[in-house]
Ligand binder design. Structure first.
Ligand code: AVJ
Length: 322
């Protein structure tokens, strides 16, 4: 018998309520924007999985290279009995960690925490089946707000991989890291993946692939608004834009209206207009420098114990202690 359970901290009505508030704030703003977490319904999660296999999208492979080499170091340094993975997605890199923890560690519980109930249900069941003896306690939750308490025996290791921390703005990042620190006790661990600053060409191509998968992923947020809020966006009326913002050292994804248009969003009691060429910002993906990561961790009360990168220094993984 595999030991798996899933807690839903937020039901579908609450998710729609949160989306409604985000849509009102973002689409009524002078410069329109939406939080990137709304990409990830079932289709968005699938599209993201396809992105991770694209030749241009290096972060997943670069991070995997780091984890493949250093997973045993992570196990040895942390001695974790619980691994909590924020935004766990499909879980291939999760398996690299779990393989190392189950061969040499004393891991008892794996806690995948994700906004996407479909992605979570699928991966939790598969992981529980493949790691007998490991309890899998999935949590459907939005970790972009404050984290509540986390389950599991100490010491726990919170893994936040893939570079998703780059989706927060700097002030949100500081709040988020402090909130992770506050749910951990002294001696517990944070494993953090950060994509690194590199030449703009490589960065832009990673977010504007030749096959157009990222463009589909970007437009998917409009379909989420259509299905959850009864909006009538025509995704084909928007061009995909990926741009390097050198001042903030971040990639921005935007959707640019091809012509003037009007959209009704009844579920948010909203009608919005776009002028031709107007852009809706759908994602920021900040890129980091090693010193910046260390400083942000320290500001949140973490001490960096290990810093690893792939051989080409494209992606960094930090192991920090609370
Ligand atoms: C999953 C948030 C790490 O920012 O690179 C991929 C999402 N967006 N292509 C990223 C994403 C466009 C991705 N993260």
């Amino acid at each position: 018998m595999s030991d798996v359970r899933i807690d839903v901290q937020r039901d579908s009505a609450e998710v729609t309520g949160a989306l409604r508030e985000d849509v009102r704030a973002g689409l009524l703003a002078q410069e329109k924007w939406l939080p990137s977490k709304w990409f990830y319904d079932a289709r968005g999660s699938e599209l993201f999985e396809r992105i991770t296999t694209l030749p241009e999208y290096y972060p997943t492979r670069a991070e995997r290279d780091v984890l493949r080499v250093h997973a045993p170091d992570i196990v040895a340094a942390s001695g974790a009995r619980t691994v909590v993975e924020l935004g766990s997605g499909s879980g291939e890199k999760t398996r690299l960690l779990l393989d190392a923890f189950t061969t040499s560690g004393r891991l008892e519980v794996f806690v995948p925490l994700d906004v996407s109930e479909s992605a979570l249900a699928e991966s939790a069941g598969a992981l529980a089946a493949d790691y007998p003896g490991l309890a899998v306690h999935g949590v459907v939750a939005d970790f972009t707000g404050a984290l509540d308490s986390l389950p599991g025996a100490s010491p726990r290791l919170v893994a936040f991989l893939g570079g998703t921390i780059g989706n927060f703005l700097p002030a949100e990042r500081a709040k988020f890291l402090s909130s992770v620190r506050s749910v951990l006790g002294a001696g517990e661990w944070l494993l953090l993946g950060t994509d690194l600053v590199k030449d703009p060409d490589t960065l832009v191509r990673a977010y504007d692939d030749a096959a157009g998968v990222t463009a589909e992923f970007n437009r998917n947020v409009l379909l989420v608004l259509n299905s959850r809020l009864g909006a009538n966006f025509d995704p084909e009326a928007f061009d995909h834009v990926a741009r390097w913002d050198a001042r903030h050292e971040r990639i921005e994804m935007r959707l640019r209206a091809r012509h003037e248009l009007r959209v009704d969003v009844p579920g948010a009691e909203l009608a919005v207009t776009f002028v031709a060429g107007e852009e809706l910002r759908t994602e920021v993906s900040a890129k980091f420098r090693p010193d910046g990561v260390r400083a942000e961790l320290a500001d949140a009360g973490f001490t960096l114990r290990h810093w690893w990168t792939d051989p080409r220094h494209r992606f960094g993984v930090s192991l920090a202690v609370a």
